[in-house]
Design a protein around this ligand. Structure first.
Ligand code: GDP
Length: 332
């Protein structure tokens, strides 16, 4: 990684804080940091401060003095979680990003990467989405509260950089999925939710699985471990604080295609039934990641391999819960 001037290679023992180390993306960042021999990671879960509390964040930064911050904190969820809990999502994200970004400034953090969300693009955005389109039109109503908080995080980084010269950059990831995902039907994004649904249907020999919406929306997905690699890459290679950078791999799938891949990975042989009474959300979310690709980054994990690893993680988690005596019906 580089320092604020973008000219010194950071030693593997620099103090690094992953804000949100238990989130899907945060946990993947911790794995990547370990894999790339960054050994001095501070505030590892469960020792992370409660980022919604200013005093806890302040005392954490005073005590551990992180030099580099990767921000992957804040509650997130799929289309149903956004419908049910918009207030939880907006307040959790706003508080966490305000506290961490302000503390990072006051404690002289050399560089910070804020991981945003592709929900921040307008609903009817030219595709593939370029960062110039941010704030150019109304948000998708199914996730506008969460998206507003994620836009505020980008604005915070830009403002602190302009006013104080902080090297705080923002990345906007494609729809991430992977090992530490939320597999619950109500909370999860489409991939983990469907892994859970297909698995249950296979074990219980159900004839069909309900897929929400029409199946026609398209999403660009990225495996969380690849995304984490992209995050560390931009920490080293990217220093434009006023221009967020898209973090994607350039391929999108329809929800129908996604469901068919997951069905095959899980080994379900029944039918897919599309429930058009459920919302579709954004018609298409695909990122223009040309700047990232020009810098030389490439994703490594083909989608089927990534889905298989995610399914294995689901099975592992389900077995663990069984052993702990928590009954997950048909989970193993
Ligand atoms: P989004 O990318 O913010 O819209 O969030 P999701 O990942 O939750 O949903 C993506 C698309 O998958 C939407 O069109 C959903 O209607 C569709 N979808 C189909 N089945 C499911 C499901 O079981 N769970 C979720 N979360 N989405 C589903």
């Amino acid at each position: 990684m580089q320092d604020a001037r973008g000219d010194d290679e950071v030693e593997g023992n620099a103090r690094i804080f992953v804000a949100g180390g238990s989130t899907l993306i945060g946990a993947a960042l911790l794995r990547q940091l370990a894999a790339q021999s960054y050994t001095n990671v501070v505030g590892l879960p469960p020792g992370e401060p409660d980022l919604r509390r200013a005093a806890e964040v302040e005392s954490f930064f005073s005590r551990f003095r992180p030099e580099y911050v990767l921000f992957a904190a804040g509650k997130s969820g799929g289309i149903e979680a956004n419908r049910l809990f918009p207030a939880d999502l907006i307040i959790d994200n706003l508080l966490s990003e305000c506290h961490v970004i302000d503390a990072a400034h006051r404690h002289g953090v050399k560089k910070l990467l804020y991981v945003g969300s592709s929900c921040s693009y307008p609903k009817h955005c030219p595709q593939p989405m370029q960062v110039e389109s941010l704030m150019s039109g109304p948000l998708e109503p199914t996730n506008d509260a969460y998206a507003t908080a994620k836009i505020a995080g980008i604005k915070l980084c830009q403002a602190y950089a302009r006013q104080h010269g902080d090297n705080f950059i923002s990345g906007i990831p494609a729809n991430a999925f992977g090992i530490d995902d939320d597999f619950s039907p109500a909370g999860g994004h489409v991939i983990p939710a469907l892994i859970g649904k297909f698995h249950k249907a296979r074990v219980e020999a159900q004839p069909a699985v309900s897929i929400w919406g029409t199946g026609t929306p398209r999403r660009e997905f990225i495996f969380a471990d690849d995304l984490a690699d992209a995050c560390l890459f931009v920490m080293r290679e990217y220093n434009d604080t006023q221009t967020p950078i898209n973090l994607g791999c350039g391929e999108d799938l329809s929800i129908r295609e996604t469901a068919e891949l997951i069905r095959d990975v899980v080994g379900f042989t029944g039918e897919l039934v599309f429930d058009a009474t459920r919302p579709d959300g954004m018609p298409l979310k695909s990122l223009d990641s040309t700047p990232l690709i020009r810098l030389g980054w490439r994703s490594r994990t083909p989608i089927v391999k990534a889905l298989m690893e995610t399914y294995e993680a689901y099975l592992f988690e389900a077995r663990k819960l069984e052993q702990e005596g928590i009954h997950v019906r048909a989970a193993v």
